[in-house]
Design a protein around this ligand. Structure first.
Ligand SMILES: Cc1cc2nc3c(=O)[nH]c(=O)nc-3n(C[C@H](O)[C@H](O)[C@H](O)COP(=O)(O)OP(=O)(O)OC[C@H]3O[C@@H](n4cnc5c(N)ncnc54)[C@H](O)[C@@H]3O)c2cc1C
Ligand code: FES
Ligand code: FES
Length: 1282
């Protein structure tokens, strides 16, 4: 093997030493080539932000080039030998952006921009694969299953990319020829030959480059044989060694099985790419899933005996996301199942049901041909064997195949349960469906359960059309499915029920029209048409650039990868830090042993609490609870930082951190939930009740009453840029680049930990890759950790957390437990409400939003009597923290829940009960303020009409009548949201430069995707009366923006705009006297004249709004209404949002496209919170189980509403707002509980089928697929044909 491989990146060749076996392409690009446009987050193929485009010679076909997008985080750089790689920087730049970059910018497809390059490169790969008319909207929509975005809600991204589809509307069609894109991209052509460059020229190109920051490694051996014979001999030579056969190398995204002694890359062995169709269809072990899908689809079309392969291909398409499938092989998946029998391999399922035969060999003569099931127990190690191919038999038309995969979200998730069924059906006797040799295979039941053998045996030769046979089969199946109880997987009860459901679906397919059509509604899965959206917003051309719908200022540089984030900062001289964390909570720490950590190559220092020079507390404000930077004596929660490990590389720091040993004593069972805390009476100091009137008496005297409880879970912020800080010691203190929403807090926290004066700490932040509240105070944990390390080693130190560490350490949205009681009259008019609200705070209550219920808990409803008790529960979780619309989201959910309960009790549509309770102007809200701007009632009424609510309600009822196993539900959620400015201090600093009159602005807010910079620039340009392109927004810096508050609560955009307006007023006051003397002069000339006259062209403003009396605490209200329609599969619990209508009042929107983006993004984040995002903790240690993308499931492109209609209210204004605007960002999320109630309606319809829908039933959020199915109460006794 050569000592180096040659990799071409964006047209330049690099030699990579063959010691880089464990360095990913992503690390190589970011660290060695400083190509930081390619981002990194999960490092497990789950988020797609690291996607790059690759080309390499097809090992099986001379002269053919393989072209595709892959995840750079999983791809070892050495396996790119001879490849040509294009990163986002290689496709265009801000001067000459590519058509894809232009379209995404134009469609407002970026917010924080951290996911953007992955999106661009995935689309780049698509346009290479599908030339000309072959690219359709459907293909675009199907191909973004592996790319996550937490900000945008995906709609604008999909819209942008669909413009390249041949079937997009001509008016929307991107004005480029796909051929242009396919040919473009500097760097993919060889400068000598003009052909695609694979780095295989015998002589290096002139441009062969040295790599920056080379890494010295003692790595496992790496080999890349070119023939099977070479492979066999190299494998034999490694007998007894831990060997990884590198195919796609995606499996480390699922299981981290190392370390390995040796890697053998099999990608250049042409014999492993066999594709042949004869009486058997053969496919080589190295054929990727993408190519398998294409090959199976072609084979199915051209040969009826293989038509079943189309169903197999359809199932393989549900594995992972497109970039993973572009690299992953089927053989790797089978081997994963072999090593980890519990792994729910979809490939195993597909191949087993197809009766595939797998060939495994250790030499040309040692050849076994075995079933996938036999492979699981076949000796592959002595002799060392490799899978070489699989053969698929043909089947007659009377053999029926069905494959199912039920996932926690629509795509890119492993199966809760997967199943594949095959049955030969003899229909020769009229009305009979006799089954011969069936195969019923299930995944994710237990490690050893694959075939439902008892049911298979029972069915042989029986007529499944016979109701008693069906019942018998279901009974046996029900009894033989005994699933393991695994945390964060579906429960055994659901798996059992689901398995029966899937078999019942299969039986219904076999008997076809002999079953009642209502019951046949169970057949198949929910079908999802291509999604679409409309956006309707006001704009006022006379105020431009204010109210002008423009793309975000930073959008283009985000699309070209030129936008720099803190996590991108790197240099050859800096060190890296990672936290070692407690593995359990609620225990004393006896000892922290760093001996092993210090032995890890590259580790230079391990710091514990004893090494902190200042105060061991990250919170600089004496009024809030203390939080240790490093745990000193007690591990309060699993995931708490106990040490900082400093190393010469990120890997050294992280691996070293894992070796820090903590000895515990006095370990107690951790308190994890509100109910645990209630049982243990583990509370923070009590909070006074909110009492209005006399709720107990009012409820007692009311004609009707409801009483109940509800629970709602937590939510991870899931920012795509995890927490990051870079600290550089200077001669007078420390420079801190921090990914924070709150510069002042970081400055104070770092100064306190280091024991230095605050003025010696210089904090800056230009932009952050998403935050959603998680970087308000929590950024201090990371900034303090990095600062302590930098101080200790007196060198620049970067801390860029892994997703896993971040998930375990950082607090999240507070879970709640609520008891409620309400009294009302026959119309549902409220008489009184009592609620006991318990918030799970984790280790501190500093950031508890529990009292938000006193601000937003009434929503738009007038109730004369309230008693609200609020309790902060102290649990062994990290300090839970603000998460987009904290407290308001939940408070509105609680009251909406109560309204739904009342409505069902009265048998009325809930919207009628809600309308009966709407406030009127002049009414006092729960804050005691008289309402003067209440427009919600009229807004709701007009919205009901524009959303065709009543008609659709009827249509849903008809649908439900006609479909036994599919149900629809519609719900409407109106919203009143009070904006509070008090306590929010912000500043702004503006300078106008002579020689051109350009303007620079530094405001006290932080750009994290919400478009604050764009709004401020629009405001400044409008106020000064100059073109927008003269305005530039600079980073937030602790000197220019000293003492500013955190960016959050949706009010920062308007308040820094207010500060900017004040600055502009000051400047205008100084400029205008000069201007008035130069009536026809240009802005530039006026500024020059001011300069000559020594006018101060800089201004500063400080905003500290104070409202009192009837104007406090709510400055003004904003309103919105959401209508959600869902359809669910009763048997599985899968559901989708068929249509969602949202109207939101933004006053006079300063920047309508920014505001539409905020609405859509908030809605989709809310949909995740209410349906698929679930956090699970291990009960004995309190450790988070759902810390990875494998287990935690935010929404993807196909979880968004199929028909998504967003309106910003026309003709609105806001006399109390900034330039007549209203806030956005958080309020729309408060309406997303609408999905819960739409689902509840559908579940109620399902329960009505068994007479269980009449009485109120409790539902808890999130409404996961499992919960939804279980709430429908399916039972095998109901699984009949009629
Ligand atoms: C984000 C993500 C989501 C996923 N979702 C799913 C899912 O929903 N359903 C599902 O079924 N799977 C899923 N997977 C798993 C995926 O299918 C496997 O990672 C993939 O198939 C492994 O193939 P590979 O070519 O990358 O194998 P590699 O990672 O290269 O190798 C895997 C193992 O197989 C061995 N091996 C490789 N080739 C051979 C061979 N020819 N003969 C013998 N041994 C060999 C290797 O030594 C190694 O032990 C997911 C993976 C990721 C990263
Ligand atoms: S970082 Fe590669 S997929 Fe997430
Ligand atoms: S823009 Fe996609 S994650 Fe922020």
């Amino acid at each position: 093997m050569a000592t180096a491989v040659v990799v071409t990146v964006n047209g330049l060749q690099y030699q990579v030493p063959n010691t880089y076996g464990e360095i990913s392409l992503n690390e190589f690009l970011r660290k060695n080539l400083l190509l930081t446009g390619t981002k990194v987050m999960c490092r497990e193929g789950g988020c797609g932000i690291c996607v790059v485009y690759v080309e390499y010679p097809d090992p099986s076909q001379q002269g053919v080039v393989v072209q595709r997008s892959i995840n750079s985080c999983l791809c070892p750089v050495l396996s790119c030998d001879g490849w040509s790689i294009t990163t986002v920087e290689g496709t265009g730049n801000r001067v000459t952006p590519s058509p894809i970059q232009q379209q995404l910018t134009k469609h407002y497809g970026t917010q924080c921009g951290y996911c953007t390059s992955g999106m661009i490169m995935n689309m780049h790969g698509l346009t290479k694969k599908y030339n000309g008319s072959a690219l359709t909207k459907q293909i675009v929509e199907d191909s973004f299953d592996g790319n996550m975005c937490r900000c945008t809600g995906y709609r604008p991204i999909l819209d942008a990319f669909k413009t390249f589809a041949s079937d997009s509307k001509p008016a929307c069609h991107a004005v480029v020829d796909l051929e242009d894109i396919s040919g473009q991209g500097p760097g993919v052509k060889c400068p000598t030959t003009g052909e695609t460059c694979f780095g295989t020229c015998p002589k290096p190109h002139e441009s062969q480059m040295a790599i920056t920051n080379p890494i010295n490694l003692q790595a496992a051996s790496w080999d890349q044989p070119k023939t099977l014979t070479e492979l066999y001999s190299r494998m034999a030579a490694l007998a007894g060694k831990r060997l990884f056969l590198v195919a796609g190398h995606t499996s480390p995204g699922v299981y981290k099985d190392g370390p390995y002694d040796a890697y053998i890359d099999t990608k250049k062995i042409s014999d492993l790419y066999l594709k042949r169709v004869a009486s058997t269809t053969f496919i080589g072990a190295n054929v990727t899933m993408t190519d398998t899908i294409d090959f199976f689809n072609q084979t199915a079309t051209s040969n009826p005996r293989f038509s079943y392969l189309a169903a197999v291909a359809g199932h393989i398409k549900k594995i992972a996301g497109t970039p993973v499938r572009n690299a992953a092989t089927w053989a790797g998946s089978l081997m994963l199942k072999r090593t980890h029998p519990e792994f729910p391999s979809d490939i195993f399922l597909c191949f087993e049901v197809a009766n595939a035969l797998i060939t495994v060999q250790s030499s040309d003569t040692d050849k076994l041909v075995i079933s996938p099931l036999a492979l699981l127990t076949t000796n592959m190690d002595s002799p060392r064997r490799v899978i070489t191919s699989a053969g698929f038999p043909g089947f007659d038309a009377n053999v029926l195949f069905r494959l199912y995969k039920i996932m926690p979200r629509s795509q890119n998730a492993h199966a809760l349960v997967n199943a594949a069924f095959r049955a030969q059906v003899d229909r020769s006797q009229p009305g009979k469906f006799v089954i011969g040799s069936p195969a019923l295979i299930f995944g994710n039941i237990t490690g050893s359960f694959n075939h439902a053998s008892l049911t298979e045996n029972y069915l042989k030769g029986k007529d499944i059309g016979d109701a008693t046979v069906l019942a018998g089969a279901l009974k046996i199946l029900h009894d033989e499915i005994k699933a393991d109880d695994v945390p964060a997987e579906a429960t055994p009860a659901y798996k059992q029920s689901l398995s029966c459901s899937l078999f019942y679906k299969f039986a219904l397919e076999i008997v076809g029209n002999s079953a009642n059509s209502r019951f046949r509604s169970a057949v198949g899965s929910l079908s999802r048409p291509i999604s679409s959206g409309t956006q309707d917003f006001p704009t006022n051309a006379s105020n431009y650039p204010l109210t002008q719908p423009i793309p975000k200022l930073e959008s283009l540089v985000q699309c070209t990868g030129e936008a720099k984030y803190i996590s991108d900062t790197d240099s050859g001289t800096m060190l890296y830090a990672a936290f070692a964390v407690a593995e359990r909570g609620n225990a004393d720490i006896v000892k922290i042993d760093s001996t092993d950590a210090m032995k890890y190559p590259g580790v230079v220092k391990v710091l514990t609490a004893m090494d902190i020079p200042g105060v061991n507390n990250i919170n600089p404000n004496a009024n809030v609870d203390q939080e240790e930077a490093l745990a000193s004596a007690k591990a309060l929660f699993a995931g708490q930082p106990v040490a900082v490990v400093v190393g010469s590389s990120q890997t050294a720091a992280e691996e070293g951190a894992k070796l820090v040993k903590v000895t515990y004593a006095n370990a107690q069972t951790p308190i994890l939930t509100c109910r645990d805390a209630i049982d243990a009476k583990s509370f923070f100091p009590s909070i006074p009740d909110m009492v209005i009137g006399d709720a107990p008496t009012a409820i007692k005297n009311a004609p009707s009453r409801v009483k109940g409880v509800l629970e709602i879970g937590s939510q991870m912020h899931f920012y795509m840029e995890t927490q990051a800080a870079v600290c550089t010691p200077t001669d007078d203190g420390m420079d801190v680049e921090s990914g924070t929403q709150w510069v002042d807090w970081v400055q104070g926290g770092v100064a306190q930990c280091l024991g230095v004066k605050k003025n010696l700490i210089n904090v800056s932040v230009k932009r952050i890759g998403g935050a959603y509240g998680g970087k308000i105070s929590r950024g201090n944990i990371i900034a303090c950790g990095a600062a302590l390390a930098a101080h200790a080693v007196n060198k620049p130190v970067k801390m860029f957390q892994s997703l896993w560490d971040s998930a375990k350490m950082i607090g999240k949205r507070n879970p709640y437990y609520v008891e409620y009681e309400a009294g009302f009259d026959a119309n549902g008019k409220l008489a009184g409400i009592i609620t006991n609200v318990y918030a799970n705070c984790g280790q501190t209550a500093t950031e508890s939003p529990v009292s938000a219920v006193t601000l937003w808990g009434d929503n738009g409803y007038n109730c004369p009597n309230w008693k609200v008790s609020m309790t902060n529960c102290k649990t062994n979780l990290p300090a839970n923290t603000w998460t987009r619309a904290p407290g308001s989201t939940e408070s509105i959910f609680f009251i909406e829940y109560i309204m739904e309960h009342i409505a069902q009790t009265l048998g009325k549509p809930s919207i009628d009960v809600k309308r009966a309770n709407f406030y009127k102007n002049g009414d006092r809200t729960i804050t005691g303020q008289p309402l003067k701007d209440f427009t919600l009632a009229e807004l709701t009424d007009s919205f009901l009409t524009s959303a065709s609510y009543r008609q659709r309600l009827q249509d849903a009822a008809t649908f439900n009548l006609n479909n036994r196993w599919r149900k629809r539900g519609i719900s409407v959620t109106p919203m009143k949201y009070g904006s509070t400015w008090n306590g929010n201090n912000f500043n702004c600093f503006i300078s106008i430069f002579h020689s051109g009159g350009t303007v620079a602005v530094s405001h006290g807010g932080v750009e994290m995707g919400q478009g604050i910079n764009t709004k401020v620039a629009q405001v400044v340009a409008y106020e000064l009366g100059i073109p927008l392109d003269l305005v530039s927004i600079k980073p937030n810096f602790s000197l220019t923006n000293a003492n500013a508050n955190s960016t959050g609560g949706s009010v920062t955009s308007e308040l820094v705009s207010l500060a900017a307006i004040n600055c502009c007023s000051q400047l205008k006051a100084r400029i205008d006297p000069i201007k008035n003397t130069m009536p026809n002069a240009s802005w530039s000339d006026i500024i020059e004249a001011c300069f000559v006259k020594t006018i101060d062209l800089s201004a500063r403003s400080w905003i500290a709004p104070k409202t009192t009396g009837d104007d406090a605490p709510v400055n003004y209200n904003t309103y919105g209404v959401t209508c959600t329609e869902v359809e669910l599969d009763v048997l599985t619990g899968e559901h989708q949002i068929t249509r969602m209508d949202v109207i939101h009042d933004c006053g006079e929107s300063m920047s309508p496209l920014v505001d539409v983006g905020q609405i859509e993004g908030a809605i989709v984040m809310g949909l995740g919170y209410y349906t698929s995002e679930e956090l699970v903790y291990e009960k004995t240690t309190g450790a988070l189980v759902t810390y990875s993308t494998w287990k935690y499931k935010p929404p993807t492109t196909k979880d968004i509403p199929i028909d998504f209609r967003v309106q910003i209210l026309q003709n609105s204004s806001n006399p109390s707002g900034v330039l007549r605007s209203k806030l956005v960002a958080e309020p729309p999320l408060c309406m997303t509980c609408s999905v819960v109630f739409a689902l509840r309606e559908a579940i109620k319809a399902a329960r009505d089928e068994i007479s269980q829908g009449h009485d109120w039933f409790q539902i808890n959020a999130p409404m996961t697929v499992e919960k939804v199915q279980q709430y429908c109460l399916p039972d095998i006794a109901q699984f009949t044909y009629n």
